[in-house]
Write a protein that binds this ligand. Structure first.
Ligand code: HEM
Length: 347
């Protein structure tokens, strides 16, 4: 049949029969339970879109040579900014559900046992794809099991599989490690402000002194932290090289070549911040609806949610970099070779 005889119909294209035929309140005709279902379904649809975007971004970074010049990095950042916008909407949705009162919720709450948003497989995939690891979870033993209130076998298997894949965080770390900012050949003309510490790259030899002189008397102890993070061990999952690249991008973000990488780093921080805002709003909503009763999913309820809120930051290393910034006026001028040469990830 041609399109003329069978033109595409809105409801068919969107398969609305399936979507709009999928709300079945257990308590009969309660508008509150209808709202509860619709909100959760809307969340899951947006989770689906977030996963799509994250997969595309991981695809871009999952190579040894992200072509910043070819615009791939800007595409990645654009997609992550879309995730930010979606998360903003998801945060606002909590307000709609809060128009339901605790008494309204009590009408059908027990009918939901032992199911819970805790079983949202897509939420777990988002966390896993971003880079939240098992050993970083609050009460990891609550998470991922097939007991009642846990996951069914299929979802459990999918989560396990995705947890084996490269995470966005891991890929961003590798990208940062590959940046060629500190090749010795680029720093020949660099004028050091302080005596060079032997065996230390010129800029980093200077930075230690610059940072120290920027600290007030009662903050001198931070120098040890700087050494730990940027000279010896790195921080969390970030190696010394990755941390150095991130700090350098943040310090010199005004250089045109650094604008997209800077945008990338701040967008990852935005995502972490919005996810934690969601955890906070969701925790307050849970407290308001069920007080300190245990959750339908079998955790301690608001107590668990508070722990997850505190602990489940994914890109915390990026926010910690700001501890080690110095004022722009103290920053040394970069050698021309560094300014001119930088083309991302050319090995
Ligand atoms: C009346 C509203 C809600 C209440 C009282 C509530 C309560 C809870 C509680 C107590 C938990 C901890 C797990 C448990 O033992 O059940 C939880 C987890 C969760 N809920 Fe909700 N929830 C509500 C609405 C929502 C909505 C609309 C979503 C959207 C998808 C959602 C998604 C989640 C997720 C993803 C988790 C796991 C969080 C984590 O492990 O960090 N919840 N919820």
């Amino acid at each position: 049949m041609t399109e003329e005889t069978n033109p595409l119909y809105y409801a068919d294209y969107l398969e609305l029969d399936k979507i709009l035929g999928s709300q079945h309140p257990k308590s009969g005709n309660s508008t509150d339970e209808m709202l509860f279902i619709v909100i959760h379904q809307a969340y899951e649809l947006w989770f689906k879109q977030i996963i799509h975007e994250l997969d595309a971004v991981r695809g871009i970074f999952d190579t040894d040579n992200v072509q910043d010049n070819a615009g791939e990095m800007s595409i990645a950042v654009h997609k992550l900014k879309r995730v930010v916008k979606i998360l903003e909407v998801l945060n606002r949705q909590v307000d709609i559900l809060e128009t339901m009162t605790p008494m309204d919720f009590l009408e059908f709450r027990n009918l939901l046992l032992p199911s819970s948003g805790f079983q949202s497989m897509q939420f777990r995939l988002i966390e896993a794809k971003l880079g939240l690891k098992m050993d970083q979870r609050y009460k990891a033993n609550y998470y991922k099991n097939t007991r009642p209130g846990g996951f069914n076998q299929q979802d459990y298997g999918t989560i396990n599989q995705v947890e084996e894949e490269a995470t966005l965080k891991g890929l961003v770390i590798k990208w940062a490690e590959r940046t060629p900012f500190f090749d010795e050949s680029l720093w020949r003309e660099y004028q050091s402000s302080y005596p060079i510490e032997s065996g230390t790259q010129k800029f980093w030899s200077d930075y230690k002194q610059m940072y120290q002189s920027s600290l007030s008397k009662n903050e001198q102890g931070r120098l040890d932290e700087l050494e730990q993070v940027f000279y010896k061990e790195g921080l969390g999952e970030f190696s010394v090289d990755a941390m150095r690249a991130v700090l350098f991008i943040m310090l010199y973000r005004n250089l045109p070549i650094f604008q997209t990488p800077f945008d990338l780093l701040t967008t990852l921080i935005d995502i972490d911040e919005l996810l934690s805002q969601w955890r906070y709003k969701h925790m307050l909503m849970a407290r308001r609806m069920i007080g300190v009763r245990v959750g339908t999913g079998g955790t301690s309820g608001a107590g668990y949610l508070e722990g997850a809120l505190r602990q489940h930051y994914i890109f915390k290393e990026l926010t910690e970099v700001t501890t080690f910034l110095i004022e722009r006026s103290r920053l040394p001028d970069l050698p021309n070779a560094v300014k001119e040469k930088m083309s991302f990830n050319s090995k």
